[in-house]
Design a binder for this molecule. Sequence first.
Ligand code: NAP
Length: 311
Amino acid sequence: MSAPIFNRIALIGLGLIGSSIARGVRACGAATEIVGTARSTATRGRVVELGILDQVFDTPGEAVKGADLVVICVPVRTTSAIAEAIASDLAPGAIVTDVGSVKQSVIRDVEPHIPDGCVFVGGHPVAGTEFSGPDAGFAELFYDRWCILTPSEKSTPDAVKKLSAFWQALGSNVETMAPDHHDLVLAITSHIPHLIAYNIVGTVADLETDTRSEVIQYSASGFRDFTRIAASDPTMWRDIFLANRDAVLEMLGRFSEDLSTLQRAIRRGEGEKLFELFDRTRNIRRNIIEAGQETAEADFGRGHTISSGED
Ligand code: NAP
């Protein structure tokens, strides 16, 4: 248990990320009191049933009153409306942060609403699953994962320090980064891979419909792994691509050029070129495992039981 870093933390949005923060804070003691709100009565009711917050309010304005830390955990293009809705209810000196997967657009949209005496520091826990909603959250989600803070010129060093301590208490490794650099790095490491997954699963689904074949039934593990990523929340990912348009388009340009090179190598039978790339990429995976960001177990650590009905 850590000593409380904040007195009262308010979570706006109680899905995978918001509810994981609530559970994590409960477990580590980083705040004395946890309150929050979500858009729908269904989610608010479910969170009351789960008992992971001390109090659930009907509106964002009510939820942030008296909070010294406010964490906005909604899809990125909704963040601005939330900032506007809470502005007049923020306690003097409150630190406001978010968890959005895109940072430049969020800072641009949120900061104008932050009143004098309060501070906004953008944040992004690089941790998640393909599941959504309050039941999907768990306290260990951020453990040993990176949390990137993207302070702007208006963010104070004191607020950045307190927020870093908060994420460390949840088990994260904290890094600060310029917002534009964050968006470029995440475009290639997270956003483009999701776009590829959405695309390939869409292509296979169309093929299945067109040919009435058994493509899905007999899909190899490569395709199955893409379907996990492509099962991610459609609202969240629509917002990410629209909010990080420039960085995604730039990285997509590079990706397309490299794909054309591979296409040509296959057409020309240039096996050495293919082998050289595949060998290099295998080393990248080894480096990720060595950095503790992935399991070395076969088939991504999925447990397998032998059953007579499976071969
Ligand atoms: P989620 O499970 O779908 O939860 C979203 C929450 O936001 C829900 O409580 C929802 O309320 C609320 N919400 C949606 N629209 C709203 C609105 N207009 N006003 C008020 N509340 C609203 O999503 P999540 O995975 O927690 O993602 C939240 C944020 O975390 C996103 O910005 C995402 O980019 C970022 N993030 C996600 C991941 C990931 O892997 N999922 C990882 C890192 C960062 P209702 O339930 O009532 O609709």
